[in-house]
Design a binder for this molecule. Structure first.
Ligand SMILES: Cc1cc2nc3c(=O)[nH]c(=O)nc-3n(C[C@H](O)[C@H](O)[C@H](O)COP(=O)(O)O)c2cc1C
Ligand code: SF4
Length: 518
């Protein structure tokens, strides 16, 4: 019997994976060729989706992107036996350069397994970290995370071990602590969190359980953006199975330790990804940002000490516990240790997920992996780090992907989202879009962000209409300074990053149209 893998993650489904799976099954039956179809997660090679794989004695052979009209010829070419004759054949999956050149620690299992199979997960090191953690005392677990150098992957890059230490040390006598996973993933061009949840959900469940053991929390919540229905279904299925098998619940693996986990759907607002606004939303209130201090680590969900971590931060924990913090810290550079799953999107030929140690350059990512723009026109600008990240011109593409190197040029890595634009982009329009995004998504609690962003759109419109251009450029700069200095959170505080970078690096787009060609 031939074994075929056809992904069931959102990207593959959007490209027709369900229909392909049904038609391959029907065609195989008609031809009398017995097949077993496994619905795996994506490998993250999105430009090849739906990418189907056939198991052979030498390894899995990939074919993609497969369309319905290719099915007949795939069968005729002998793809069920792993024939490499078909034009869609990519050869051995593991040898595809896009995948082979990566350093996958967090995404090591992604796309290989059936995401909700406990047996698959355990056959590839799954729950080894949890088993180790159950033998350790809480401080030793926190120390292991500290030694990994892991910094929060949600945007602010705060050291995870230090956050956990704060929650571990939070005054005893408070009867409940919480682990909250931030799965709101609102940044433009990002999908790594979704890939974790859709391709390897037990890794997140294991990471959160270890976090619970480390800080003394017995309840966890995954705050999931409601736009991710497939992830929602897979997570719920995985939680149910993990609970039934004793990996979650009142007596984890017979240890007497307790940890419960629930998924809660988000409120479809970008600001609900900000940790304090997220906590308000989890408590059933409107997602308004809370003033800090107190930190959520001390006064968090329902006023209790709470770890709030991004999906990728928590997903890195099983590796750190099973292989040791040092094994993780051996990757990366400077204070940016371990790997970051970069997400290539926008006008790019080969979009997808690339997990690599910090330190390669943006150009290597764009050229070696992305293979240039999808349109074939020269690339002009790249926005890294979501809608609040700076627009980077080509002169900055040799910057190493490292938190400090990016900060030194006024840019951010954020959640690792990289969105490319070709030469047809109008950067004054992008600057306007950034301000408008803030108008739409501001929680409204503080004036510089709520009012400033609206005034920002108006000022950019005046510049674009060539009304008192020089004076308005100066006004825009002052307004951005006010937003940076006066905003309560990074929403208003960082919106000036894309705006200022557009003005600074692409000044020609802020000139009157008649002067541009001169
Ligand atoms: C406007 C705004 C939106 C944010 N959205 C997200 C998000 O979608 N996911 C996320 O993990 N962090 C997001 N963050 C960062 C969180 O506030 C917080 O730093 C993070 O969840 C902490 O987890 P970490 O330490 O693992 O990164 C956002 C921050 C701001 C200011
Ligand atoms: S900066 Fe914007 S989003 Fe943040 S608290 Fe102020 S109004 Fe709300």
């Amino acid at each position: 019997m031939s074994k075929i893998y056809i992904p069931r993650d959102t990207t593959a489904l959007a490209m027709g994976a369900n229909q392909i799976a049904a038609e391959i099954a029907a065609e195989a039956e008609q031809r009398g060729e017995p097949v077993e179809i496994v619905r795996n997660g994506s490998r993250g090679l999105f430009w090849l989706e739906p990418m189907i794989e056939v198991e052979t004695a030498n390894g899995r052979i990939a074919y993609g992107p497969v369309e319905r009209t290719d099915i007949d010829s795939l069968f005729n070419s002998g793809f069920l036996q792993g024939s490499t004759d078909h034009p869609l054949c990519q050869g051995l999956t593991e040898a595809i350069p896009y995948l082979k050149k990566q350093q996958r620690l967090t995404f090591a299992r992604a796309g290989i397994t059936d995401p909700v199979s406990l047996a698959d997960y355990q056959s590839l090191d799954g729950f080894n970290g949890l088993k180790k953690a159950l033998q350790m005392d809480p401080q030793a677990i926190v120390d292991e995370v500290k030694s990994s150098g892991l910094r929060g992957r949600g945007g602010a890059a705060f050291p995870t071990g230090i956050k956990w230490q704060t929650v571990l040390d939070a005054v005893s006598g408070q009867d409940q602590k919480y682990i909250v996973c931030n799965a709101d993933e609102g940044d433009s061009g990002t999908f790594a969190d979704r890939m974790v949840m859709e391709a390897d959900p037990y890794m997140l469940i294991e990471g959160m359980t270890i976090a619970g053991l480390a800080v003394g929390a017995t309840q966890g919540y995954i705050y999931l953006r409601s736009e991710y229905p497939v992830a929602h279904q897979i997570l719920n299925e995985a939680i149910e199975k993990a609970e039934a098998a004793g990996f979650l619940g009142d007596n984890i693996l017979g240890s007497g330790q307790r940890f419960h986990l629930e998924v809660r759907l988000g409120a479809k607002a970008y600001i609900c990804g900000e940790e304090t606004s997220l906590l308000e939303s989890l408590e059933g209130k409107r997602g308004l940002v809370r003033a800090k201090p107190p930190l959520p680590a001390i006064v968090g969900l329902f006023g209790q000490p709470t770890v709030v971590n991004n999906v990728l931060s928590l997903a890195a924990i099983p590796f750190i516990l099973s292989q040791g913090g040092q094994a993780y810290a051996d990757y990366g550079m400077g204070r940016s240790l371990g790997t970051l799953p970069f997400q290539l999107a926008g006008n790019i030929k080969r979009g997808g997920l690339i997990e690599l140690a910090f330190g390669l350059t943006l150009r290597e990512l764009l050229e070696d992996f992305g293979d240039g723009t999808f349109s074939g026109r020269p690339m002009r600008a790249v926005q890294v780090g979501g809608p609040l990240g700076a627009y980077m011109p080509e002169s900055q593409w040799d910057t190493p992907l490292d938190y400090e190197a990016f900060a030194a040029i006024g840019a951010v890595l954020g959640h690792g989202g990289v969105v490319a634009f070709d030469e047809s982009v109008d950067m004054s329009e992008q600057a306007r879009f950034s301000m408008e995004f803030c108008v739409e998504e501001s929680c409204g609690k503080c004036t510089p962000c709520r009012i400033g962003s609206t005034r920002g759109v108006e000022v950019i419109d005046r510049i674009r209409n060539n009304e008192n251009r020089e004076a308005n450029l100066e006004l825009l700069s002052d307004l951005c300074d006010t937003m940076i200095d006066g905003s309560l959170c990074a929403m208003g505080g960082m919106t000036p990053f894309p705006v200022n970078s557009a003005v600074k690096h692409f000044p020609e787009d802020f000139q009157p149209k008649t002067e541009q060609g001169a």
